[in-house]
Design a protein around this ligand. Structure first.
Ligand code: IPT
Length: 961
C-alpha cells in the first residue's frame, strides 16, 4: 500500500522548518542598505495545499491574470470577500484535533513579487551577503527566489531570515511565497483571536556586508546602591561600542561601569550609542536597568514595581494584525495617557517597532511567545504538543526567535512562555533555555501553578477574595510558589459594559506587598469593519464554529475610541492619590509612582457650587518622593447658602511631554464640603378629578389608570416602575460559569416581561396615590408599588415605594421608573451629576459637574448592544421641556429606542431611533462585575429586592419657559 505523500508534506511536519538562518537581535543598520518588499503582490488562491505545482516560482511565469493584494496584509481581509473570510474561535480549533494533521481544505495563497535591486546595492560578494526577512506570516510559508527553493517555516508572529545573496540579480528578481492557512504550526497558535492567514508583517531584503554585526546582546544593568550602570555588549562580530553622552568607548565584550540615569517605565532614559564592527555601524538605544527577584518580589532597580497593565493583541478593524506604525504609536500614546504602565504582548511577540516605542515612551513589557494550545483542554490535554517531545524543537525554536529578536529592549522585563498551553516537558525546556540564555529576566507562564519553571506566580481572573487570600499567604501551593509574588496576567474582563470591580482589585494590589498588580483583559475589541454590520464579530462570516462577540472584550472600541472601561481604569490606577485629609479643609496627596517624584506635575484646585467651578487656583504640593504623602490646606470654601459645595483637585502635566501636552490630567479627585438642601416638599395643592382626567398642579393624569399624561404641558408616555436592563455580557456570563449567571436567571424569571396590575387609584387632600403590583407571568413573587404624587402648584413630586413580595432569590437588574418623551423635542440633556457612564462598581471616574450631551452622545457603542450609558449621582436633569430633581440622587439614562429593542439588537446597526426618547430614572442599579470571564459583582454591589422609597420632583424646564 502506498501512503500519500505530496509536495506539501512540510505543512504537517512538527519541525520548525528548513532553511531559515539562526535567530538574532533585531536592529536597523545605519549604513547597510535594505529594500522593503512591502506593497502590491500578485496572489493566487487555491483550496488545498497542493492544488497547484510550484511552476509559478520560476522566472518568466506570467501571473498577469492573478489578483493583487497588499503586503503586509491578510488575504481574507482584502478583495471584498473574494479571498475567503476571517473566522473567530476562542479556544476551539476550527478543524479536527488530529495533530499534526490539518484539513485537506487548506486555503493556500501563492504570492509573487518581482523586484530590482536599488542602484546603490553593493556588488555581490558571496552567498551570505543578503538575507530576506519575513517578520510575520500566518501560518506556514515556503519561499523561492528566482526559481530556487530556499526554505519553509512556521511560527506566525516570529521573524524568519533566509540567506539569498547567491541568488540575487540586479533586476527582475522573482520572489515567490506559498502561504498555507493551516499547518502543524496552527496547533501551537490557538490564541483567542481571528484566524487570519497571510504575509501580515514586513518583508525586507537586507544587505549584510562583510564584517557586519550579526547578532549582539546589550547588557545594561543598574546598581541602585551605587547609582552606577554597567554596559557590556557581547557581539558575534568584534567591534567598538561608543556612547558619546557617557564618554563610553570600549571594545565589545568589555564591561564599563559609570554613573548613569537608570531606565524605568516612568522615566525611560535612553542613551544613544553605536556598535561599530568592521562592516557596519548599528545605532543602539541603551537603557540601564536591572530586574531581579528579591525578597519574594520582582524589583526593578531595587524597587518592587506595581504593574498597571493591559493585555495587548495587535488589532486594526480593517487590517487585522497587519499594523502600521501610526497605529502602534497610537496604542502606546493611549496607554501612557491612561496611566497604563505595563503591557503583556498577549499572546505572541508584537511587531518589533512596538517594542521600540515601549523603550522610548516607557512601558514595562511582558514579552510573550507565540504559543497557545488551548483547544487540547477539550480532551483533557491529551496529545498536547507542549508535553510531547516531538514538538519540543518547534517550541524551542519559538522561544529562541522571541528572545533573540527582542533581548536588547530595556522595556522587556519578563519573558512569557506563551498562554493556555497546559503543562509539560516542552514548556520546561523552553524555560530552561530562556533562563540560561538570559538569566537577567524572570520567566512568566500562567499555566504553571506550582511555579516549577517560572519566577512569578501568575493567575487569571481570580476573584477578589482569592487574591486577598493569596496576598496573605493563605493560598497554599508549592514552597516555591509561596515565595513568589502574585500577578494577575489577566483580570477585569473588559467585554461589553465593564469591567466592574477594578477599583476593588487595585485597593488589594496597593494594600499587600505580594501583589504586584495585573493586566486587564484586554486592550482593544477585535471587531472587523463590515459594510452592513458596523463591526463584525464571531459568526458574522458564517463560521461553523465560533465564539460570537467574545472577541470584543477590550478597553478600546475597534476604532480605538476609549470605552468607559478605559476611563475608569485610568482613574483607578492614577499615580497620585488625592483624598480628603484628616483635618477639615485639607486634602491628602500620595505619590503612587514607583520611581518618579511629583515635580513634573502641577496641581489645580477649585470649589464647585452646585456643580459650577468657582475660580481655579494653583495648589502648592511638596515634591513628594514615591510612597510619600502630604496633607495640604485648601483655600476657604465659599458659603453655598443651601447650594452644594464640593472641592476639586486635579494633577496636570506641568510641561509638554513626549506623550501628552502641558495640562494633560493624570489624576483628580472631588470631595464634599456642604450637601445640597433637601428638595421642597411640593405639597399644598389638591388633586382634582375632572371627567377622565385628574389634575394635580402642573400634572394631568388618566383618571382610570392613574398614569401621568402630561407634566407642565409636556407629554409623558407610559411612566411606570422598571426593573429590566438589556443584559450585559457580564450579566450573561460565560458558558462555563455554572452558578449565578444573573442575566440568564433574570430572563428565566421573566424580569424582561413584567406585568403591571392596577390595584387602586386614590385621591385625598394633598395626594394622588396609584397602587400597583408588578410581577412576571408564572411566578408568585412581585413588587408591590405605590406612586404617590403631590404638588405645590409649580412642581409635582413623585414618591415611589416598592415592597417586594415572595421569595426573591436573585437581585434586580435595576430599580426605578421609565417613561417616554417626544423625540422631536428631546435632543439634548443638561444635568448635574456624574459625566461619564457609570454603574455601582464602575463609578470611580464619575465626576460631578454640570454636563450637557445629545441623546446620541449618551449612548455607549458596545459592539454587541447592551445596557449602557447610565450617569451616576444625578441631582437634576433637564430634557424635552422637563426638569427632574431627585431625592436622593439618581441614575439617569436616556435612549432613542426601548430597552427591549436594545436587548434584541445584535449589532449597532440594528438600532434605529424611534419617535420616543426613553428615559430611565433609577434609584439603584445592579453591579457590573466581570463574569463574562471572571467573577460577578462583589456582594456590596448587588441590588437585592428590598423595600425602597425614592422621589423625583418634576417641573417645567427653565430654559424652555
Ligand atoms: C483567557 C485567555 O488567556 C485569553 O486569551 C482570552 O481568551 C480570555 O481568556 C478571555 O477573553 S483563558 C480563560 C477563559 C480561562
Amino acid at each position: 500500500m502506498n501512503s500519500r505523500t505530496t509536495a506539501a508534506d512540510y505543512v504537517e511536519d512538527v519541525s520548525p522548518g528548513r532553511g531559515a538562518l539562526p535567530p538574532r537581535a533585531r536592529y536597523a543598520s545605519s549604513d547597510a542598505v535594505s529594500l522593503s518588499l512591502n506593497g502590491g503582490w500578485r496572489l493566487r488562491l487555491s483550496a488545498t495545499a497542493d492544488a497547484e505545482d510550484d511552476s509559478f516560482a520560476a522566472p518568466g511565469y506570467d501571473a498577469g491574470d492573478w489578483a493583487q493584494v497588499s503586503v503586509p496584509g491578510h488575504w481574507v481581509l482584502q478583495g471584498d470577500g473574494a479571498f475567503g473570510a476571517p473566522a473567530y474561535t476562542n479556544h476551539l480549533y476550527p478543524f479536527p484535533v488530529d495533530p499534526p494533521y490539518v484539513p485537506t481544505e487548506n486555503p493556500t495563497g501563492d504570492h509573487l513579487r518581482v523586484f530590482d535591486l536599488p542602484e546603490d546595492w553593493p556588488a555581490p560578494a558571496g552567498g551570505d551577503d543578503a538575507v530576506l526577512r519575513f517578520d510575520g506570516v500566518e501560518s506556514c510559508a515556503r519561499v523561492w527566489l528566482n526559481g530556487t527553493d530556499i526554505g519553509e517555516f512556521k511560527g506566525s508572529r516570529l521573524p524568519h531570515e533566509l540567506a539569498v545573496g547567491a541568488l540575487l540579480k540586479p533586476a527582475g528578481n522573482v520572489l515567490a511565497v506559498r502561504v498555507h492557512q493551516w499547518s502543524a504550526g496552527s496547533y501551537l497558535e490557538d490564541q483567542d483571536q481571528w484566524w487570519l492567514p497571510g504575509i501580515f508583517r514586513d518583508v525586507t531584503l537586507l544587505h549584510r556586508p562583510a564584517g557586519c554585526a550579526g547578532d549582539f546582546f546589550v547588557h545594561a544593568s543598574y546598581d541602585h546602591v551605587t547609582g552606577e550602570g554597567t554596559l557590556r555588549v557581547d557581539s558575534e562580530a568584534e567591534g567598538r561600542v561608543t556612547v558619546p553622552e557617557l564618554g563610553i568607548d570600549v571594545a565589545t565584550g568589555e564591561p564599563v561601569t559609570l554613573p548613569v540615569v537608570p531606565w524605568s517605565a516612568e522615566t525611560p532614559r535612553l542613551y544613544d550609542g553605536v556598535l561599530a564592527t568592521a562592516g557596519e555601524r548599528v545605532p543602539l538605544r541603551v537603557g540601564f536597568r536591572t530586574v531581579a527577584l528579591e525578597d519574594g518580589l520582582i524589583k526593578v532597580n531595587g524597587k518592587a514595581v506595581l504593574f498597571k497593565g493591559v493585555n495587548r493583541h495587535e488589532w486594526h478593524p480593517e487590517r487585522g494584525r497587519a499594523l502600521d506604525a501610526d497605529t502602534m504609536r497610537e496604542d502606546v500614546l493611549l496607554m501612557k495617557r491612561h496611566n497604563v504602565n505595563a503591557v503583556r504582548t498577549s499572546h505572541y511577540p508584537p511587531h518589533p517597532a512596538f517594542l521600540d516605542l515601549c523603550d522610548e515612551y516607557g512601558l514595562w513589557v511582558v514579552d510573550e511567545c507565540d504559543l497557545e494550545t488551548h483547544g487540547f483542554v477539550e480532551q483533557d490535554w491529551r496529545d498536547n504538543p507542549t508535553d510531547d517531545e516531538r514538538w519540543t524543537p518547534a517550541l524551542l525554536d519559538r522561544a529562541a526567535r522571541m528572545v533573540e529578536r527582542d533581548k536588547n529592549h530595556p522595556s522587556v522585563v519578563m519573558w512569557s512562555l506563551g498562554n493556555e498551553a497546559g503543562t509539560g516537558r516542552g514548556l520546561t525546556a523552553m524555560a530552561d533555555w530562556i533562563h540560561s540564555r538570559d538569566p537577567a529576566r524572570p520567566v512568566h507562564y500562567e499555566g504553571d501553578h506550582d511555579c516549577r519553571d517560572t519566577d512569578v506566580y501568575s493567575r487569571m481572573y481570580l476573584p477578589h477574595t482569592e487574591v486577598e487570600r493569596a496576598a496573605r499567604g493563605l493560598d497554599g501551593g508549592s514552597l516555591r510558589r509561596r515565595q513568589l509574588p502574585l500577578i494577575l496576567c489577566e483580570y477585569a474582563h473588559a467585554m461589553g459594559n465593564g469591567p466592574g470591580g477594578i477599583a476593588d482589585y487595585q485597593a488589594l494590589f496597593e494594600r499587600y506587598d505580594r501583589l504586584q498588580g495585573g493586566f486587564v483583559w484586554e486592550w482593544i475589541d477585535h471587531g472587523v469593519r463590515h459594510p452592513e454590520l458596523g463591526y463584525a464579530y464571531g459568526g458574522d462570516f458564517g463560521e461553523e464554529l465560533h465564539d460570537g462577540n467574545f472577541v470584543c472584550d477590550g478597553l478600546l472600541f475597534p476604532d480605538r475610541t476609549p470605552s468607559p472601561g478605559l476611563t475608569e481604569y485610568k482613574k483607578v490606577i492614577e499615580p497620585v492619590r488625592i483624598e480628603a485629609g484628616d483635618a477639615d479643609g485639607t486634602v491628602r496627596l500620595t505619590n503612587r509612582y514607583d520611581f518618579a517624584d511629583l515635580s513634573h506635575l502641577e496641581f489645580e484646585f477649585c470649589h464647585q457650587v452646585d456643580g459650577l467651578p468657582a475660580g481655579a487656583h494653583r495648589l502648592t504640593v511638596p515634591p513628594l518622593a514615591p510612597g510619600e504623602s502630604a496633607e495640604v490646606k485648601l483655600p476657604e470654601a465659599p458659603d453655598g447658602g443651601g447650594a452644594e459645595v464640593q472641592w476639586s483637585v486635579r494633577a496636570l502635566l506641568a510641561e509638554d511631554g513626549p506623550w501628552a501636552g502641558r495640562g494633560h490630567e493624570v489624576a483628580w479627585a472631588q470631595g464634599m464640603v456642604a450637601r445640597r438642601a433637601p428638595l421642597p416638599a411640593a405639597t399644598g395643592v389638591r388633586p382634582c378629578v375632572d371627567g377622565d382626567r385628574i389634575t394635580l398642579g402642573p400634572a394631568v393624569f388618566d383618571a382610570r389608570t392613574g398614569v401621568v399624561r402630561t407634566i407642565a404641558g409636556v407629554g409623558v408616555r407610559d411612566l411606570r416602575l422598571d426593573v429590566w436592563r438589556a443584559t450585559t455580557d457580564n450579566d450573561d456570563g460565560a458558558p462555563w460559569q455554572s452558578d449565578t449567571r444573573y442575566g440568564l436567571l433574570w430572563r428565566e424569571l421573566g424580569l424582561h416581561r413584567m406585568r403591571h396590575r392596577l390595584v387602586a387609584v386614590e385621591t385625598d387632600d394633598d395626594a394622588l396615590v396609584v397602587r400597583t403590583r408588578v410581577a412576571p407571568a408564572g411566578r408568585e413573587m412581585g413588587l408591590r408599588t405605590a406612586y404617590r404624587w403631590t404638588s405645590d402648584g409649580t412642581h409635582v413630586r413623585l414618591t415611589v415605594s416598592v415592597v417586594p413580595e415572595g421569595d426573591w432569590q436573585v437581585p434586580l437588574p435595576r430599580l426605578g421608573v421609565r417613561f417616554g418623551l417626544d423625540a422631536s423635542s428631546t435632543d439634548a440633556v443638561f444635568w448635574f451629576g456624574g459625566g461619564d457612564e457609570a454603574y455601582p462598581d464602575t463609578r470611580a471616574a464619575s465626576r460631578d459637574l454640570l454636563w450637557d450631551a445629545s441623546i446620541e452622545d449618551l449612548q455607549t457603542p458596545y459592539v454587541r448592544p447592551q445596557e449602557n450609558g447610565a450617569r451616576a449621582d444625578v441631582r437634576w436633569a433637564e430634557l424635552g421641556g422637563l426638569r427632574i430633581e431627585g431625592e436622593p440622587e439618581f441614575w439617569f439614562t436616556a435612549r432613542p429606542w426601548t430597552t427591549e429593542r436594545l436587548d434584541a439588537a445584535r449589532h449597532l446597526t440594528d438600532l434605529v431611533p424611534g419617535d420616543t426618547v426613553w428615559v430611565n430614572l433609577d434609584h439603584a442599579q445592579h453591579g457590573i462585575g466581570s463574569q463574562s470571564c471572571g467573577p460577578g459583582p462583589l456582594p456590596q454591589y448587588a441590588l437585592w429586592a428590598e423595600p425602597a422609597e425614592f422621589s423625583f420632583v418634576f417641573s417645567a424646564q427653565p430654559s424652555s419657559g
